[in-house]
Write a protein that binds this ligand. Structure first.
Ligand SMILES: [Zn+2]
Ligand SMILES: [Zn+2]
Ligand SMILES: [Zn+2]
Ligand SMILES: [Zn+2]
Length: 243
């Protein structure tokens, strides 16, 4: 028995709600919808609410009559243990956001459930540069010459780490002598993260910079801290070596 039967049974025939291209100077508005069950069938925990189900649901609600989606709806669970969905939709709008304003805080029925539309920020988060692996600027606006390695932060591309990284070169002066890393084998050495000095690579999801990427305040505070520590250590170096 389906909870929202009428809405999902025709999932194959959803093409009338097209994902359209923008024609005039248009902008996108970002909305989220809450209150829809993540599992549309009460007796089936395998079938999850799909993007097409959402298109179908929107198509059947008159408040979306003149609305065009700018991309496929995204469906996630509200939280890992929840059985409710959080749906993100991007719609075409005009600069003033008229369409979004018309929809925000409106409710509509989905079977026995009441869905509510809320505004959403397109929060892209703080970017991680994939050229120098610092946070705060996009790869295309990186100002360093050349590239940095995500692993050792050396002046080479990450994919050339084995050839250019010092750790993978043979060295008989170390004790015990270091062997060359064989071609095609991954570098077995570990480095500290160039951003937080933690035991992971600079692009790791375990890095606090990654976890806080949607929190600009944390990030500004952190960078101020790093900057202050750097000037402090510069000052103490100057004091220690007055000449
Ligand atoms: Zn960069
Ligand atoms: Zn490297
Ligand atoms: Zn290595
Ligand atoms: Zn880190």
């Amino acid at each position: 028995m389906s909870i929202i039967d009428n809405y999902v049974k025709n999932s194959n025939d959803v093409n009338s709600l097209q994902v359209e291209d923008a024609c005039l100077p248009m902008s996108k508005s970002y909305l989220k919808i809450i209150g829809i069950p993540y599992y549309p069938y009460s007796d089936d925990r395998q079938t999850k609410l799909s993007s097409n189900d959402i298109k179908n649901i929107l198509k059947q609600n008159h408040i979306f009559n003149n609305i065009s989606l700018a991309s496929k709806p995204r469906v996630i669970k509200v939280s890992p243990k929840s059985d409710m969905a959080l749906v993100w939709i991007d719609i075409w709008d005009i600069q003033s956001g008229k369409n979004a304003k018309m929809l925000i805080n409106r409710c509509f029925n989905v079977g026995n459930f009441i869905a509510i539309i809320r505004g959403a920020n397109m929060n892209p988060g703080v970017p991680l540069c994939k050229n120098c692996w610092k946070w705060g600027h996009a790869t295309l606006s990186c100002r360093i010459q050349g590239a940095r390695c995500v692993k050792c932060n050396g002046p080479h591309k990450s994919e050339h780490h084995r050839e250019f990284g010092w750790c993978c070169k043979a060295n008989d002066k170390t004790n015990p002598p270091r062997l060359e890393t064989k071609k095609g084998k991954p570098c077995p050495h570990s480095f500290k993260c160039s951003n937080c000095k933690g035991d992971h690579q600079a692009d790791s999801v375990h890095c606090p910079f990654w976890r806080h990427r949607f929190n600009r305040e944390w990030y500004i505070k952190k960078y101020t801290e790093i900057h202050e520590n750097r000037s402090k250590s510069l000052r103490s170096n100057v004091n220690a070596n007055p000449n």
